[in-house]
Each structure stands twice: as C-alpha cells, then as structure tokens.
Design a binder for this molecule. Structure first.
Ligand code: N2P
Length: 341
C-alpha cells in the first residue's frame, strides 16, 4: 500500500508540471487590445488558462525578448518589429497547416515585406495614429500636428509612449518621412520634441482612452481605436488624422523562441483568426480587422465608420512604419534623451 502511494506521489510529481504547463498560455499584448470575452471563450473551448500581460510599445517588447524572456507563448509585434525579431532569430516559424483560418485574411495584408510568406507572423488588427480631440475644450478645427505644440494647451496634451510614433509626428511636422534613414532628420525631430515637452502632461500609450474620456487631456496623440473607445464614452471626442498625414501600422501574432506551449499558441492564433471571433474582437476594441470573412459578422456602423476604416484618400496620405535598421539604436538614444531632458 505504502509503496503504491509512493508511486502515485512520484507519478504526480513527474506528470503534474507537464500537465499544468499544457494548460497555461502566456500572452503578451498591447494594453486594451483584446475583447476579454474572447479570451474567456478560448479558455472555455480549449480548457487552457490564459495568463495575460501587456507592453506599451514595440521597443519594450523587443527589450524583453532580447533579455531572454522565455515565458511568452504568443506576442503581438507590429510590422517593422516583426522584421527586427526575425533578423535577431527571436521568433519561431508558424506551421500554416496548424492555422487553417489564415485563409480568411485579406490578401492585401499577407506576404508583406517585413515577413515574406508570413513564415513568422500572422495579421491581428491594424489601425492608424492621429489625434484624439475633445471638442468641448478645443474649439478650433484641428488640421495639423502643429496644434500639439500650441502653448495654450499646455498640460492638456498627451503623447504616446512610443518612440517611432512620437518621432513620426515630429518628422511629419518637418515634412520628412517617418522612415527617413537620415540621422540628422531624427536629431532635428528630437529638438522639436524637446521644445514640445513642457506642454506634455504625459507620454502614455496605455491610458489614452481614460486620459481623454476623463477630460484630463484635450488633445491626445493616440492609436485610432483607443480614441474611438473614448469617443464612445464622450461624444465630444473625435479622432483626427492631420493633413500632413498619419501613421499606419499592422499588428501581428507571433510565437517567440522558447515558448513553452507552442501547441496552445497555435490553437489561440487560429481561434483569433476565426471570422466571428475576429469580428467580435475588432468591434470591441474599435480597430479594423484584416480578416475578410469577418466582414460578414461585423456591423455596418463599424465597417462604414471612416475613423475605423479610413477612406482611400486618407490612407494614401499615411505611411506604414518600417524598420530603421542600423539607425534604430541612435533613435532609441534620442528618445531616451527626449524623455530625460
Ligand atoms: C491598443 C494598442 C494599439 C497598438 N491599445 C498599436 N500598434
């Protein structure tokens, strides 16, 4: 009897960690970027418990992975960061046969230069970056990024905690591309950002919705969906893409090297690509879905909302972020200086 119990205990000790590892999926995503009910449905359907953590920008995600964080199973890097992570061999290939729902993605969003053949990443959601304006306090029409430098809004302005986005605004003001490979352009942009800093209440990517909806901030540099979520709470809030053009980005799902639950990660990715799930998720967070089949499940108000799905002429005036290559460390340094100055 005792021996039997000893065997049982031993078996439990050996098997339990494997069994529990199988039941847990570690997700690392941007904040406010998933419908919680979708996670709950996934957990129920697959019997897998999701542990959810958030990051504020691609550079934070990158730093974590580079420092050897192996705890994550699914991560959500943006376009240009996918390229960086592939190059640094921090991602693992995604077997397409395990994610049949990839077939639902609109071809426009597949096989892009940052990951040819989608070997390492699949589209999640996309969107733009512009300005959230509280028209209760800002009475003038907002047409240019220059308003974020207007001293009369001192302390009522927030900027994203996202170096590529913040430099993107300053570069647009200088009439440059957000993907310029000229360090002098970034240095000039840094000067503009240093000038702006006394007006900025906070550099924050995680609370734009709250900052705007609470009235604390009147002009928020923000990702489209976060501003639109604030607009749902207060109809005086609008989303504007300035005339100089905004930034476009696409976020993806990827599996980092060292993931412990690859099988669960693939199940999760395939689940998120399911048309009904993608539609529900996109509606909840107010970001456009790259999933063609999801359109059938999406309400016309969302599909026809030009702030969510920008019209072609607005899209044509925006730029997608690209990897800065060798310039990236210098830009990181300039960003640190802006924040520290
Ligand atoms: C939502 C974050 C949007 C991701 N809070 C921007 N790439």
């Amino acid at each position: 009897m005792l021996r039997k119990i000893a065997w049982l205990v031993l078996a439990l000790l050996v098997l339990a960690p494997a069994a529990s590892a199988q039941q847990v999926l570690n997700i690392y995503n941007w904040s406010d970027y998933i419908d919680p009910s979708v996670i709950a449905d996934f957990e129920k359907e697959y019997g897998i418990r999701v542990i959810y953590n958030v990051f504020s920008n691609n550079e934070e995600l990158h730093a974590r992975l580079r420092a050897g964080a192996t705890g994550y199973d699914v991560i959500f890097p943006s376009d240009y960061m996918v390229e960086v992570l592939i190059e640094e061999e921090l991602l693992q290939p995604i077997p397409h046969e395990a994610i049949p729902n990839l077939a639902h993605i609109d071809e426009r969003f597949l096989d892009l230069p940052f990951d040819p053949g989608n070997r390492y990443s699949v589209p999640y959601l996309w969107g733009s970056t512009g300005i959230g304006v509280n028209t209760r306090y800002v009475k003038e029409p907002v047409t240019s990024w220059a308003i974020l430098w207007d001293p009369k809004y001192r302390g009522r302005i927030s900027m994203l905690n996202d170096p590529r986005e913040v430099f993107g605004v300053a570069l647009k003001r200088l009439g440059k591309s957000i993907n310029t490979k000229d360090l002098a352009d970034f240095e000039a942009a840094k000067e503009l950002l240093v000038q702006q800093k006394p007006l900025v209440l906070t550099y924050d990517s995680d609370n734009v919705e709250h900052l705007l909806a609470s009235g604390e901030v009147w002009l928020a540099h923000g990702y489209s969906g976060d501003v639109l979520m604030a607009a749902d709470e207060d109809p005086a809030i609008v989303y504007v893409v300035p005339e100089e053009g905004g930034v476009l980005w696409m976020d993806t799902m990827a599996i980092p090297k060292g993931a412990r639950n690859v099988e669960g990660a693939l199940k999760f990715i395939n689940f998120m690509l399911r048309p009904d799930i993608s539609a529900r998720n996109s509606e909840a967070v107010r970001y456009p879905s790259p999933n063609k089949a999801a359109r059938d499940y999406t309400s016309p108000e969302i599909l026809n909302n030009p702030m969510i799905y920008p019209p072609q002429e607005v899209m044509d005036n925006m730029e997608w972020l690209e990897d800065l290559g060798e310039l990236a460390p210098a830009v990181d340094r300039l960003w640190t200086e802006v924040k520290a100055d």
